[in-house]
Write a protein that binds this ligand. Sequence first.
Ligand SMILES: NC(=O)c1ccc[n+]([C@@H]2O[C@H](COP(=O)([O-])OP(=O)(O)OC[C@H]3O[C@@H](n4cnc5c(N)ncnc54)[C@H](OP(=O)(O)O)[C@@H]3O)[C@@H](O)[C@H]2O)c1
Length: 289
Amino acid sequence: MAKVGFIGLGIMGEPMCRNVLLKGHNVTVYNRTRAKMGPLVSTGAKPAGSVPELVQRSEIVITMVSGPEALRDVVTAKTGLLCALSPGTVHVDMSTVSPETSREIAVMVRGTGADFLEAPVLGSLQAAEEGTLTILTGGDADLSRRLEPLLLAMGSRVIHVGDTGMAAHMKLLINQMMGTLLCVFSEAALTGIEAGLSAEKILEVIGYSGVACGALKMKGADMLLERAFTPNFPLKHAFKDMRLAVETGKAMGIPSEVTAAARDMYGRAWDKGFGDRDIAAVIRALTDK
Ligand SMILES: NC(=O)c1ccc[n+]([C@@H]2O[C@H](COP(=O)([O-])OP(=O)(O)OC[C@H]3O[C@@H](n4cnc5c(N)ncnc54)[C@H](OP(=O)(O)O)[C@@H]3O)[C@@H](O)[C@H]2O)c1
C-alpha cells in the first residue's frame, strides 16, 4: 500500500480520493478550502495543514484541480509542491490542463528530482464515485505501468497515450467534441421545439439516430426537460476546456472556428450566471426559458 497525498477535493477529487482510501492506501489530503477535507478525514484520511506537509508524508502526490491556473498555483506557490518535492516522490496530475501547461509542470517537477505523470480522466461524477473512470496517461510508459494498480483504484482502465502532453491533447479533443456537440444540440433542438416538435419526441428520435451518443444520453433530458443543471461537470470548466482547445488548435495551425463559436456560447451562459451549474446549462445561452 502506498503513501498517497491528494490535493483538490472538488466534485471529482473527493470521490476519486475516497476510492484510493477505500483500497487501503495511506492517504493524506489537502484542499484550499479546508472544510472540504472533513468527510474524507472522517473516513480515515489524514489532513495536511499545507502542501509541503502533505508532500513530506507522501510517496505519490495526486493533483485534481480546476485547470492550468490552479495547477500552477499549487505547484509554484511559495508553499507549493516545488518547495517540498524530492527524488523518489511522484507527482501525478489528473486535472484537465493544456498540453503546454502539462509539459511546463513536468519540467519543473523533474527539476526537483521527482517524477511526473499526467493522467487526465474521462468520465464524470458517477464514474468517479463508482471508480470506473478511463484514465489517460502521458509520460514515461514504465512509470505509468508502475502506477497502474493505484490508478485502477479510481478507474476501470488506464490507457498510456504517449509522451507528456499527449494525454492532455487526447482529453481536450474529447471535451472539444462534447462541448461543441451540446451547443449544436441546443440550437437544433430549440429550433425543433419552436417549430412545434415536442422535446420528448426529439430525444426519442435522436436515440434511434446516427447522432445518438453518450453525451446526449447523459445531458439531453436535463437540457430540454428537467432544467435542473445540477453541477456534475461545471459549465465554467467546459468554457476552460473550449478555450484551451481553441488555443491548442491555434498552436497546431488548425483553425477551430466551430470550437471558438461554442466557446463563446459557454461564455454567454457563464455571463448569465450559469458558471457553477452543469455544462448542460449551455442551452441557456440561447434562451431565458
Ligand atoms: N466534473 C467533471 O465531470 C470532470 C470530468 C473530467 C475531468 N474534470 C476535470 O477535473 C478537474 C477537477 O474538476 P472538478 O469538477 O472536481 O472541479 P471542482 O469541483 O471545481 O474542484 C476544483 C478543485 O480545484 C481546487 N482549486 C481551484 N483553484 C485552486 C487554486 N488556485 N489553488 C488550489 N486549489 C484550487 C478547488 O479548491 P477549492 O475547494 O478551495 O475551490 C477544488 O478542490 C478539472 O480540471 C476538470 O476540468 C472534471
